[in-house]
Design a binder for this molecule. Structure first.
Ligand code: PMP
Length: 381
């Protein structure tokens, strides 16, 4: 019996067709995509094909897609690129954004750019009115994620896009957690920039993209030999880009549609609640259909995670890269440190089965009834 992997929001396995594209790209050419010999031209062709697939998947033109090293770079670039050349202005973002947005905005604030971080309530959903109140005369950009990676709560990106358009403000959306899990069309959303990451969409790690609407003036983040029309220097990671293109081709074909249906996630929550009636689900819907963030009062999330792991069930205690600190997302929702530390995130994938959910519940039953948790319950009551 294999392990049950329920940390899809942390990282996905590589889809067999994306893996095949990765390996065949390496086999087909070692060419540098900037070279004009046949090997280089082959690499260029692979990148052009991938760019077309990503553009099709996001509903934009190929020349609006730029490949990056992943979500962190895309988010850094979207914000820092707007303030190149000593430009001044103001950024609005929210307290539940990924650290790659929040830390970037804070770095810009240290260099003199204005910053307003919009708070959220217990629902985990940003209020459009709160974003509106945060806008200033010199606001250049709002950065709001499409869906939160920890709670799965969907954010009002379309309403905020409308607001931004009326005010002549740009909207950047971090869609890293959302891609593949709901329909994402940049024109329909009305955003100006959107970040995605390959390893959240069954493609390899270390490769992502930034959609930049034609007409948005974005300075490069990385200077060098001028690859990708000078927008993003650095030799393209051709095999990973080819795999990302295939992942988007699969997305358009509906290969990930299973994660759009909430039945298994709902069964998991129903089972968790039956096992531990004090368990609390974080945030209010609508949610991504694959995500369940649950707090087990009196238990340490990290302990539960370790014990579940020993039984072959992989889930997250907070986001994957929080370095042991309590979730800033849950804290922003007013949950308190103990609550944040008592939380597990289960995120389901395209091939999660009913049997795996039942196995997870069996493992959780065993872990919750294990005596080793009793002292913690007293300590954190
Ligand atoms: N944004 C969100 C919402 C994420 O979940 C992540 C990954 N945890 C990132 C950005 C960063 O993406 P990457 O791991 O590709 O740098």
């Amino acid at each position: 019996m294999g392990d049950v992997y329920l940390d899809i929001n942390g990282s996905t396995p590589v889809h067999p067709e994306a893996l095949e594209a990765y390996v065949s790209s390496i086999r087909a050419t070692c060419g540098n995509a900037s070279a004009s010999h046949p090997a280089g031209l082959e690499a260029q062709a692979q990148i052009a094909a991938a760019r077309a697939h990503v553009a099709r998947g996001l509903g934009c033109e190929a020349d609006e897609i730029w490949f990056t090293s992943g979500g962190t770079e895309s988010n850094n670039w979207a914000l820092k690129g707007l303030f190149g050349g000593g430009r001044s202005g103001h950024i609005v973002t929210t307290a539940i954004e990924h650290k790659s947005v929040l830390r970037t905005a804070e770095a810009l604030a240290r260099s003199g750019i204005g910053l307003t971080v919009v708070p959220v309530g217990a629902s985990g959903r940003v209020e459009v009115e709160a974003v509106e109140r945060a806008l200033q005369r010199d606001t250049r950009v709002v950065s709001l994620m499409v869906a939160n990676n920890e709670t799965g709560v969907l954010q009002p990106v379309r309403e905020v896009a409308r607001l931004c358009r009326e005010r002549g403000v740009l909207l950047h959306c971090d869609a890293v957690a959302a891609v593949g899990k709901l329909s994402l069309d940049v024109r329909e959303i009305g955003c100006d920039m959107l970040s995605i990451s390959g390893h959240k969409l069954y493609a390899p790690k270390g490769c992502g993209a930034l959609f930049v609407r034609r007409g948005v003036e974005l300075a490069p983040l990385i200077d060098g030999c001028g690859q990708q029309c000078g927008m993003r220097s650095g030799t393209e990671n051709t095999p990973a880009v080819a795999a990302l293109g295939v992942a988007f081709e699969l997305l358009v074909r509906g290969a990930f549609d299973a994660v759009r249906s909430p039945e298994l996630r709902d069964r998991l929550w129903e089972g968790v609640h039956a096992l531990e009636p004090r368990a609390q689900r974080n945030g209010e819907g609508p949610w991504l259909a694959n995500t369940l963030s649950v707090t087990f009062p009196g238990s340490l999330g990290a302990e539960l995670q370790r014990e579940l792991g020993a039984l072959g069930v992989h889930c997250a205690a907070g986001a994957a890269a929080t370095g042991g600190s309590p979730s800033h997302v849950l804290m922003a929702m007013g949950k308190g440190e103990m609550h944040a530390r008592s939380t597990l995130r289960f995120s389901l994938g395209r091939s999660t089965t009913r049997a795996e959910i039942e196995r997870t519940l069996d493992a959780l039953r065993a872990v919750l009834s294990s005596t080793s948790l009793a002292p913690l319950q007293e300590a954190h009551a």
